[in-house]
Design a protein around this ligand. Structure first.
Ligand SMILES: [Zn+2]
Length: 271
């Protein structure tokens, strides 16, 4: 499989812009796909709207000498290197208020990134924001309006979702290893919340070979994923099984551009 992506001339030398809300969203939502695109020769650019300065902290000692937003920005850059992301743009919009704060500004910044990088595809959250996270929904809204403002010249827009049940299965697999958990939620979010309101995806990208990179990138976000986090405890076999498919849907925006990420994809397997 490792050579399969080299046979995809449609991916090589193309640019993909991923737009997310906080450090770690990129790795959690579609780290495998971003790494696979990078390995296939694509230039992957990540726009992160905030520094994640208001999130929960796995280990206070990690931020003893610096502020949380700065530490999380550094963690994001490390995760990006792990995934092969070529460029990272981090904005200082307020974590926790992304749906309402700086609305025209974030819209304009995404428009500017599309003008500057001329991406062949844009990836962001779907309407459900992975688990109805209002920051994620805000970034979904801004990205949709920014892409749509290009009309027929807009690059294809892709929404990424985590299907219902996946995160619960990750917790169960981690528990089965005998690992001791402080809690079985993800950053205070119950596992069942992920994908609860997700619109079904229309294609999946097989990232089983890239799951170790995805987990390594998630592990770079040390202030969010400590040693007792479910992602840190599942073994590689289980991780490939549970996280080896990333789910996408093409947004209903007008676009003359050829499809791009679908070239990596396959139909959603029936469960
Ligand atoms: Zn987030």
């Amino acid at each position: 499989m490792a050579d399969a992506q080299i046979e995809l001339p449609g991916i090589s030398s193309r640019t993909i812009l991923a737009v997310f809300a906080h450090p770690d969203d990129e790795s959690l939502a579609c780290g495998g796909t971003l790494a696979r695109l990078a390995d296939a020769g694509a230039r992957v650019v990540l726009l992160c709207a905030s520094r994640g300065e208001c999130g929960s902290v796995s280990d206070q000692s990690l931020i003893a000498t610096s502020e949380l937003g700065r530490v999380r920005s550094d963690e994001l850059l490390e995760a990006a290197r792990t995934l092969g992301i070529a460029e990272v743009i981090i904005y200082d919009h307020p974590d926790g208020d992304l749906r309402w704060a700086d609305v025209p500004q974030l819209h304009d910044e995404i428009v500017a990134a599309i003008r500057r990088y001329q991406p062949n595809g844009v990836i962001t959250f779907a309407e459900d924001g992975l688990y109805w996270h209002l920051d994620h929904i805000g970034v979904h809204e801004r990205t949709f309006t920014a892409v749509r403002s290009f009309g027929a010249d807009a690059p294809p827009l892709y929404y990424v979702t985590i299907p219902k049940g996946v995160m619960r299965d990750v917790v169960d697999a981690a528990l089965a290893t005998g690992a001791a958990f402080e809690n079985t939620s993800f950053w205070g979010i119950e596992a069942e919340a992920f994908g609860q309101a997700a619109t079904p995806s229309t294609f999946v990208v097989d990232v089983r070979e890239w799951v170790p990179r995805k987990l390594a990138a998630l592990g770079c976000h040390r202030t969010q994923i400590g040693p007792n986090h479910p992602f840190a405890c599942i073994d590689e076999v289980q991780a490939r099984r549970l996280l080896g498919l990333e789910h996408f849907r093409r947004a209903p925006t007008e676009s003359r551009w050829e499809s791009i990420i679908e070239q990596l994809g396959q139909q959603v397997p029936s469960s």
